[in-house]
Design a protein around this ligand. Structure first.
Ligand SMILES: Nc1ncnc2c1ncn2[C@@H]1O[C@H](COP(=O)(O)OP(=O)(O)OP(=O)(O)O)[C@@H](O)[C@H]1O
Ligand SMILES: [Mg+2]
Length: 350
């Protein structure tokens, strides 16, 4: 059985404050949808309306063809993993994983098999008799994932499951989650994170949230290559956002005319030009920008140059730079016309 998730105008209000504002969003069956956004934007709240721990003040939540808005959490067929400390400390690993099955009155004889299966899937088969305090943070999170999978959920809700882990462990677990989803292709996943790498790596689509509202939704490639708003451009990946005016066949950046695709933008109108720092090259080329080095950061594989161009600070991530240009020196940057995206001004908020 496969079921997606559908939010239909879901709002959550606490007192006077709307913390989720008419969210309408569909997660297709078997899809991984990342909810990405800054702290306090309403991501956890949205996820908890699916889990059944938060009751919407308006709107409906569907899982598959069932309206679950008024169902208690245990009848929704969901597995959930939160940030940390979610295991019962007094129960062994196998007892933790069995918990959801027992609570749902699953046939007793089948429980050990289900527990073993879930622990195997997460690579924790050898740890069944341990207690959570005898496990590392990463191992505990694997057990939490095993516990969520043991009930064979239609929907898996993950709320920053990796954020308590260190960077190296996180990237290993990210690969594990991707593998798990390949093994369970029918499970729909809602993955809350404020880490864009996690969202770009795991998600089929990303829903970008800001201040209680859905701002954008698309595949990682769409949002990265063709962002529609300044918010998305700066939140999904790094971006140069330059205030420009639309001119004939391009844009005007403080007197310099740049050749970029302008679509149907009206000549003379204000707009924002988005260029990714790694697509800005050092040296002469199309769309040359002359300026002075304001700052240089060495980042291992690249140098990040900050260049003052007519009062605007342009970031360029440059590879294989032999000599670091001295601060204040004059440089030329350039970018290909097709690497720029023109955003309508004023769409930052929505
Ligand atoms: N039970 C509650 N009562 C009142 N306000 C709440 C409650 N739960 C959440 N909020 C508020 O709702 C807003 C959204 O919270 P939410 O936890 O959904 O954010 P988030 O996007 O998950 O943030 P983070 O990335 O920090 O986890 C916040 O301003 C928060 O203070
Ligand atoms: Mg949260």
């Amino acid at each position: 059985m496969t079921s997606g998730i559908r939010f239909d105008g879901v709002s959550v209000v606490y007192g006077e404050t709307t913390v989720l504002d008419a969210l309408t969003l569909t997660v297709e069956p078997g899809e991984v949808m990342a909810l990405l956004g800054p702290s306090g934007s309403g991501k956890t709240t949205a996820l908890r309306t699916v889990a059944g721990f938060v009751t919407p003040s308006a709107g409906r939540v569907h899982i598959g063809d069932r309206d679950v808005t008024d169902l208690p959490p245990y009848q929704r067929g969901i597995g959930m993993v939160v940030q940390q400390y979610a295991l019962f400390p007094h129960l062994r690993v196998d007892e933790n994983v069995a918990f959801g099955l027992k609570a749902r009155k699953h046939p007793r004889a089948e429980i050990p098999g289900r527990v073993a299966e879930a622990l195997e899937m997460t690579g924790m088969g050898a740890y069944a008799r341990r207690h959570p305090r005898e496990l590392s943070g990463g191992q505990q999170q694997r057990v939490a994932i095993a516990r969520a999978l043991a009930i064979r959920p239609d929907v898996l809700l993950l709320d920053e499951p990796l954020s308590a882990l260190d960077a190296q462990l996180r990237s290993g677990m990210l690969a594990e989650l991707a593998r798990l989803h390949r093994e369970l292709p029918d499970v729909s996943v809602l993955y809350v994170t404020h880490d864009q790498v996690e969202a770009l790596t795991l998600a089929d689509r990303i829903a970008v949230m800001d201040r209680a509202r859905l701002r954008d939704c698309g595949t990682p490639q769409e949002l990265y290559r063709r962002p529609r708003t300044e918010f998305t451009a700066s939140f999904v990946g790094n971006a140069n956002l330059l205030p420009v005016r639309v001119a004939a066949g391009g844009v005007d950046l403080g007197g310099t005319v740049l050749e970029v695709p302008v679509g149907d933008a009206a000549p003379g109108s204000a707009a924002t030009l988005c260029v990714r720092p790694h697509l800005v090259g050092l040296g002469e080329g199309p769309n040359a920008l002359r300026g002075r080095i304001a700052e240089v950061q060495w980042r291992g594989a690249t140098h990040r140059l900050y260049v003052d161009v007519g009062g605007h600070r342009v970031k360029a991530d440059v590879r294989e730079l032999r000599d670091t240009p001295p601060l204040g020196s004059e440089v030329v940057l350039h970018f290909a016309p097709e690497d720029a995206v023109l955003l309508a001004a004023g769409v930052r908020d929505g």
